[in-house]
Design a protein around this ligand. Sequence first.
Ligand code: THU
Length: 131
Amino acid sequence: MTDQELVKRAFEMHRFSYVPYSHFPVGAALLTGDGRVFTGCNVENAAYGSTVCAERTALLKAVSEGCREGWTAIAIAGQGADFCWPCGACRQMLYEFAPDLRVLAARGDGQYAEARLSELLPHGFGPRSLE
Ligand code: THU
């Protein structure tokens, strides 16, 4: 699975996004070490704060299917002019399982930028912080 293919998988999830409030679909695709891809979309709620982002949908699908190790990359696809970097809550959730994850943030024209989660969340609080 190339980075470009992973980004494409993220874009394909726009069709499932439930976005009656923001009208801003986001898709995500999480690649694991054994080549599996867990996808997600954003799911909004009339109580706005209960909205779940695309990345967390993908993360929860992976963990709830028993896959919580070996994650190599996540692609996040927005439709705006800016790259769709993960929000703070998603950075924190991802950090728990893959602190050095490769993050591919795509924008509406299909271009994407790459960073490590450890760059996006420096000095993060994770499981080891509790030891
Ligand atoms: N959103 C995501 O799904 N992921 C992000 O990284 C940024 C924001 C969603 C939440 C909400 O449904 C919409 O985008 C606008 O904030």
